[in-house]
Structures are given as structure tokens and as C-alpha cells.
Design a protein around this ligand. Structure first.
Ligand code: CEZ
Length: 787
């Protein structure tokens, strides 16, 4: 059997050990659960800052979600031990902690459930988890049927470790009335103010069972004993010992003794999560285990403006039909588990949201604008909650946030044509509150970007731009970012287009001039012959050039020179060649190369990251997506699609190398492929990434060429040449377009709308509610990737 197989809406992995970190994630508006094929899990809920109801057995540092987190023997997870009472043999599902090989194993990730189908010793076991619709609660079902010729006498033990809950107060015990292990904690604090802030926290963790258990254990050390989790003491005796945890590490373990006759099935249901009070748990217990018929929920909750893809590349179809809009929605629901998303992230999330829920995107844009600084610049983070504060990276001043405002609004307008938004008054959330229109606020943002440039016309980088850890290029106030200068040029170009459509030709000219100035400044100071440099340090050192021994070439300035229009045809050709020679790998494009191996005090923290991880020369998919977008804008569809495709695992070897499934685009894959070939291609496993929003734009605007153009739809596809045909459904301005593509004997693309040939690539006079049929015939062409 192949290692990985998929069908619309589900990806199956048939081994628990070949890709041990392969995982799925589920979320609702309050929480996120990531669980891997072996059963190790990370769950967090928002109250309003991230919190947990089960965690590590030691004090944990609070931080944002990190890539490449390892699992360890006592890692939190959801485990079920199965003991054959007659033979005494012990195994566990999904796989950990016993890690005994099953006769068959399938890990199945779906939109709303994560499941395992496992067979072992004539037992057919099916385990599944889904989340509550709104609460921070997981609902688990385990069904076991007996295919042997004898009665099976089993003890089934759910074992849900809770971890070290608090240094002030933690305890756990079984509650008879609730049929639940309930763990109490007091979240540690020292300041009195925090007492009031934390008073309403969900401090209870619970594992509730539908059926009454035969026994239980709430004290972790008593459950585990001395032999370790693969042979816990609790499972060695006939019954669990019903221990409580009194300021001792708690756990939630239960025992169910079941005799399963031949051909019969037994099933158990559990709910696991966080609650505030015992009274609340009592209430909830009545609703947690409804009839199976009422728990059915529709599949495919997430669709975007482009759906029902049918192309020869089925994994790509599945990704764009489901997993991609799903990941975009996740970002917009939980904002990377933060209450103060970085402004650039929030705005790019809104950009993706334009294609899922344009109204919500609109509200988000207005919210971001209401937090604009009085000088017109955008703040480092957007506060989503009255108590939210700027934290972590948002305490470090970055220079680029305004750029993303313009990009997101431009994208919103192209898709919706909602020019009324420009006249909306936005009241600032600062005192004294001022009211200004969206139009004047966005203009002020660009003016601010324009004035944050030096005498050469290059943009000051401050303590970072898009690249957070590039914090020491300009911390003394002189260093500049070539990328940001280009991004400013690009933003000004987009805004000029809006000004012109808004009837303001004076401003249109002003912003086109700004674009021109920025572009000529980068051409004068940063074109290095074969590519553009990345920046100029406080001391005036230009870096990201051939003469550097490491960090010679950065991807972002090349991509954005193509977006901003700084690069002419000759420069584009040279850059693309350089990108291909220096940055291309089988897993995508590296962000820079060679990766830094030592601290460069005039560049900063990025050079201290391990070579080939994160911003230090990994295949950072967000950066790769900018390049793909630039390729589509310059009609390099083949190279562009190659970039998109490489963001996902393909064949079996590729899955093994990356170690993750195609259910999300990760933040990065390991790069530095020349320096560290052994680890190159390995997934970061982190599904927080701005890549997804650009990915969807690339697919809509580029691959299928169904680009919103204010009141019109522009048809300009760049299908991969290997595709003979394809079809897709596009929603645009309330109308539905059934679009089919095929190759034929035509010199150039021919389009027909409801059977009549279109003379221009635009579809106009679109009527909401109407269904259109679009047929596109494409010429048979050859263009080599990375040509
Ligand atoms: O955070 C991302 C940011 O969320 O890094 C991107 C940036 O554009 C995104 O807005 C590139 O720098 O501080 C660090 O060193 C972290 O590595 C962050 O830069 C990084 C996080 O790992 C999340 O991906």
C-alpha cells in the first residue's frame, strides 16, 4: 500500500513511524488542536490570551507557536491503552506511548475530524476526534469491534496527561456525578491586578466519559509507576487505583472493562477540555453525548471564490478546494493564537479573506485603520481585544506595515469594486479621536512611507521590515531596506491606480512619481549586476551582493523589483537566472543563500538563526509566494506553478523527506541545501504563515487567470503546459462562472462566454445571481520552468 493516499476532503497516512510528526489541526473560534499521527498533541484556547487545559509535565515558557517542536516521551497527547485481560498483552492507540506496531494503521485528516483506523489482533478500532462548535472542548469516540472467533475481554484505558498545571495550586480527582476526572488549578500570578484579570479564567480541565468507568486514576505518578509510559503500573493491576492528585502532577486516566463477543462492537465517548465551574460542567454533560444522527455536520466548511477545481493534478485540486481556504480561514479566526497580530500579518490575512468573506475582510481593514498612528504610519500590531497589548515582536519598531494596508485594500477593491469604502469615516481609537476617510488615511500611510526615506530615496529599515529578525541593519537610524523601497514603490503604484479610479488625477500622478523615484533609487544604489542587493547598513555597507561570502543573494528584492516595475526586461532575465542558480531546490526557493553561519552585527538576529531554518535561508514559503506572484505578473506561468507545486509534498520520497502531509503549507521547509543537505526539505510543521493568502491569489489571478478587475473579470490564464484541460468554478460579484479550459489549435487564447466569442479578455456587465459559462481554449506552447 502506498504511504499516503488522498481523496477529496481526506488525506490518509498508512504508517505511524515513517512521518512521525505528520499532523492535522482542528479549531473553532476559541481553540486550536494540533495532533500528530502518533497521538501527541498541542491544544490551546484563547481567554483572551492563549491558555491550555493540558500541557507539559514541567514549567513551560510562554511563547508564540514555534516551528520544528520535538515530541518527547512525556509529551502531552491523547492515548488509549488496550489490554487483553486474558493474554495480558498491552498496546496503545493511536500509537504512543506503547508504540507497538499494529497490523494496520491509517491516520486520516479531514476538514472537521481527525481519525485513525487501526487493526490489531482481530480488533478493528476506530478512533476519532472533533472539536465542540464553540467551547474549548474535544469530543472523542472510540469504537472497537471483535473480528476473532472468541470473546475478547479487554480493559480500555483513556490516558490523557494533564501536565504540570500550576506552581500555586493544582489538584485532580474523579467526580462520580459527572463521570469525569476534574483537575483544578490556579493560574500563577503575583500582581493583584492579575487576580482580577484572571478571576474568570477556565481553570478546570476535565475528561468526561459517557459511560461510567470501572475505575480511574488522577495522580500521574501512580498511573505511570516506575517502568515508564510504555508499561504503566496502573495497567498492570486488575483495576486502576482511584488515586487523587493533591498538589501532585495530575492526569486523567480511566478504565473500562469490556467483554466483546465475536462480531460485536463496543464504543466509548469522551469529552476533554476546559471549563470554568463545576456547575457549568454539569450543564454541559447533558449535551456532550448526543445521538450520532445529530452530530453529523456538513463537510467542506470552507470554500473560496474559486472552487470545484478539476485539473490533472488531484493533490493540487484537493489542496485548493479545501485545505487552502481552510488554512486562510484558520488564520482569520485565531490570528496565530494572538490578540495583537502583527499588522502585516493581520492585513495579509484580510487579503486572503477577501476571497472567502469580503464583508469580514472589509471590517478587518476598517479595524486596522482605526488603529493607525496619528502620523499616518501603521502600528506594529492590531489589538483585537480591549485588554490586548503589544507583545513579543510588536515591541520592536518595524518599518513596513503600511505597505500591506495598501496591498490588502487594493486587492479588496479589485475583487469587490466597493469604492464606497474609500469614503467611509474611520474614527481613530487613540485619544484625541479623529475622524478621517479611508481614502485620506491610506494616502497618509503612503505619505509616511514616502517620508521615511533617506537623501538617496531609500527606505529606512529601523529595527526590521518584512523580515523581523533583520533588526540591526538600521537600528542606529541610517540603514535602509532595498526591499522596503521597492515595496513602497509597489504600494504607491497600486494606490495611484485607485486614485485614478477615484477621480483624483493629481494624487495619481503624485504616487506614480513616488513609484518612479523609489524605483530609480534602487536601480542607482542596489542593482548589483546580476541581482538587487538587500539593504545598506548603518555604516553604509551594501549587503546581499556577489562579493559577500554568505547572504549573497536574497529572494525578496528580486521578487519585488518585478512587482514594483524597477527591473527592466534585461534585469528580470538576469535576476531569474540568478534566483534559479542560487536559490532553487527540489522543495522550493530558498530565501537567501548561502545561509549565514555567523553573527553579522550590521544585519542582526537573522544571521544567528541556524543555517537553513526560518529567515536564515530556509525555503520560507511566504517569500517564495511573492516570487510566484511576480512570475505570474510577468507571464512566467510555468516557473510560477513550479513554485506553487513545490510548497506541497508530491510523491512518496518527497513526503518522507518533508515529513508532513499536504493538508497545509508550512511556514518553511529547511533550506541551506548546499550547507546541510541531510536536513534540506524537512517541514517546519508550523501552519502559521502568510503564504496561504498569496497562494490563493496566485491560483485565482495567475494559474486560472480569473482576476477581479473592479467591475470586470479579466480572463488571463497561465495553466501549466502539461495540463490538457481543467475546469473550475469562480464566484465574482455575486455571479457564478463555470470555467473550462482546454488546449487546441489556436495562436492565442480564445475565450467564449455562454457560447459567443469574446473579443477582449474582459467579462463586463456582470449580473449578480447569474450563472455564466466560460470556455477557454489555450495554445499548445513550450516554456521551460525558470526560463
Ligand atoms: O514571524 C514571521 C512574522 O509573523 O516572520 C516573517 C514576518 O514577515 C511575519 O510577519 C518574516 O520575518 O521573530 C522571529 O525571529 C520569528 O521567526 C518571526 O520572524 C516569525 C515567526 O517564526 C512566525 O513565523
Amino acid at each position: 500500500m502506498s504511504l499516503v493516499s488522498s481523496q477529496p476532503g481526506a488525506i490518509h497516512l498508512h504508517s505511524p513511524t515513517k512521518m512521525p510528526l505528520a499532523s492535522g489541526y482542528l479549531w473553532n473560534k476559541q481553540m486550536m488542536l494540533q495532533i500528530n499521527c502518533q497521538g501527541y498533541a498541542n491544544a490551546q484556547f484563547m481567554q483572551p490570551e492563549p491558555a491550555s487545559y493540558a500541557g507539559a509535565p514541567v514549567l513551560q515558557a510562554t511563547t508564540f507557536m514555534q516551528p520544528e517542536q520535538p515530541v518527547y516521551a512525556h509529551h502531552p497527547g491523547r492515548f488509549f491503552y488496550i489490554k487483553d485481560e486474558e493474554t495480558g498483552s498491552l498496546s496503545s492507540i493511536p500509537f504512543a506511548p506503547v508504540k507497538k506496531n499494529h497490523d494496520s494503521f491509517t491516520f486520516i485528516v479531514e476538514d472537521q475530524t481527525i481519525r485513525w483506523d487501526i487493526t490489531q489482533d482481530d480488533l478493528v478500532m476506530s478512533l476519532q476526534v472533533r472539536l465542540d462548535e464553540e467551547k474549548a472542548v474535544e469530543h472523542w469516540t472510540l469504537a472497537i469491534s471483535n473480528r476473532s472467533n472468541q470473546v475478547k475481554k479487554l480493559s480500555i484505558y483513556p490516558y490523557f496527561p494533564l501536565g504540570y498545571r500550576s506552581w500555586m495550586n493544582q489538584s485532580a480527582d474523579y467526580d462520580q456525578g459527572l463521570q469525569a476526572i476534574v483537575c483544578h488549578r490556579v493560574s500563577p500570578y503575583q500582581k493583584i491586578d492579575d487576580y482580577y484579570a484572571q478571576r474568570d479564567f477556565l481553570e478546570l480541565s476535565f475528561l468526561m466519559a459517557e459511560a461510567e468507568p470501572d475505575s480511574w486514576e488522577a495522580r500521574q505518578s501512580q498511573f505511570e509507576g516506575e517502568l515508564g509510559l510504555h508499561a504503566p503500573a496502573g495497567t498492570q493491576s486488575a483495576l486502576l487505583q482511584r488515586g487523587d492528585a493533591l498538589y501532585e502532577t495530575p492526569c486523567a486516566a480511566m478504565q473500562f472493562r469490556r467483554r466483546i463477543a465475536r462480531g460485536q462492537e463496543t464504543s466509548l465517548r469522551f469529552s476533554f477540555g476546559a471549563a470554568q465551574t463545576m456547575g457549568q460542567l454539569k450543564q454541559w454533560s447533558k449535551t456532550f453525548f448526543p445521538d450520532a444522527s445529530t452530530t453529523k455536520r456538513p463537510d467542506f466548511r470552507y470554500t473560496s471564490a474559486i472552487s470545484k477545481l478539476s485539473t490533472p493534478d488531484t493533490a493540487f485540486n484537493d489542496f485548493v478546494n479545501l485545505w487552502l481556504p481552510r488554512q486562510i480561514q484558520y488564520h482569520n479566526d485565531l490570528h496565530r493564537l494572538s490578540t495583537d497580530p502583527q499588522t502585516r500579518n493581520f492585513l495579509q490575512d484580510s487579503m486572503g479573506l477577501v476571497f472567502l468573506d469580503a464583508n469580514r475582510a472589509r471590517q478587518n481593514l476598517l479595524l486596522a485603520l482605526s488603529q493607525q498612528n496619528p502620523d499616518g504610519s501603521m502600528p506594529d500590531g492590531i489589538l483585537l481585544h480591549p485588554q490586548a497589548q503589544l507583545k513579543y515582536i510588536n515591541k520592536v519598531p518595524h518599518s513596513d506595515h503600511g505597505v500591506w494596508l495598501v496591498i490588502a485594500i487594493h486587492c479588496y477593491l479589485r475583487e469587490t469594486n466597493d469604492f464606497e469604502i474609500l469614503d467611509e469615516q474611520v474614527v481613530s481609537h487613540y485619544e484625541p479621536a479623529t475622524s478621517q476617510t479611508v481614502f485620506s488615511r491610506v494616502s497618509a500611510t503612503i505619505d509616511c512611507l514616502a517620508s521615511s526615506r533617506d537623501h538617496r530615496g531609500l527606505s529606512f529599515i529601523n529595527q526590521g521590515d518584512w523580515c523581523d529578525p533583520m533588526n540591526m541593519v538600521g537600528h542606529q537610524g541610517h540603514g535602509v531596506s532595498i526591499w522596503l523601497t521597492m515595496a513602497t514603490a509597489y504600494a504607491a503604484k497600486l494606490w495611484a491606480e485607485i486614485c485614478s479610479r477615484h477621480g483624483n488625477n493629481e494624487l495619481e500622478k503624485k504616487y506614480l512619481d513616488l513609484t518612479m523615484h523609489c524605483n530609480s533609487a534602487v536601480n542607482k544604489h542596489a542593482w548589483a549586476g546580476k541581482w538587487y542587493a538587500r539593504g545598506i547598513s548603518d555604516e553604509g555597507r551594501t549587503f546581499g551582493i556577489e562579493a559577500d561570502t554568505e547572504g549573497k543573494i536574497f529572494l525578496n528584492p528580486q521578487s519585488w523589483a518585478m512587482l514594483s516595475g524597477a527591473a527592466d526586461v534585461d534585469q528580470r532575465t538576469r535576476m531569474m537566472r540568478s534566483v534559479n542558480n542560487h536559490l532553487n531546490t527540489p522543495w522550493g526557493l530558498e530565501m537567501l543563500s548561502p545561509a549565514f553561519t555567523t553573527m553579522h552585527e550590521d544585519i542582526g538576529r537573522v544571521t544567528q538563526k541556524f543555517p537553513g531554518t526560518a529567515e536564515n535561508g530556509s525555503i520560507y514559503n511566504h517569500a517564495a509566494a511573492f516570487y510566484v506572484y511576480a512570475m505570474y505578473l510577468h507571464d512566467k506561468g510555468e516557473t510560477a506553478f513550479d513554485g506553487l507545486r513545490k510548497m506541497l509534498p508530491a510523491d512518496e520520497d518527497d513526503h518522507l523527506r518533508r515529513g508532513q502531509l499536504a493538508n497545509f503549507v508550512p511556514n518553511y521547509y529547511r533550506g541551506a541545501s548546499q550547507q546541510h543537505p541531510r536536513t534540506a526539505g524537512r517541514s517546519s510543521q508550523l501552519f502559521h504563515t502568510g503564504t496561504v493568502h498569496w497562494y490563493l491569489r496566485c491560483v485565482i489571478d495567475g494559474t486560472f487567470g480569473l482576476r477581479g478587475h473592479f467591475d470586470r473579470l479579466l480572463i488571463q490564464p497561465q495553466l501549466p503546459h502539461a495540463w490538457e484541460q481543467a475546469s473550475v468554478e469562480r464566484q465574482f460579484r455575486g455571479a457564478r462562472f463555470d470555467v473550462s479550459y482546454q488546449r487546441g489549435n489556436v495562436g492565442e487564447i480564445a475565450i467564449s462566454l455562454d457560447g459567443s466569442k469574446l473579443e477582449s479578455p474582459f467579462i463586463e456587465n456582470i449580473k449578480a445571481g447569474k450563472r455564466y459559462r466560460v470556455e477557454v481554449t489555450l495554445p499548445i506552447l513550450e516554456e521551460a520552468a525558470h526560463g
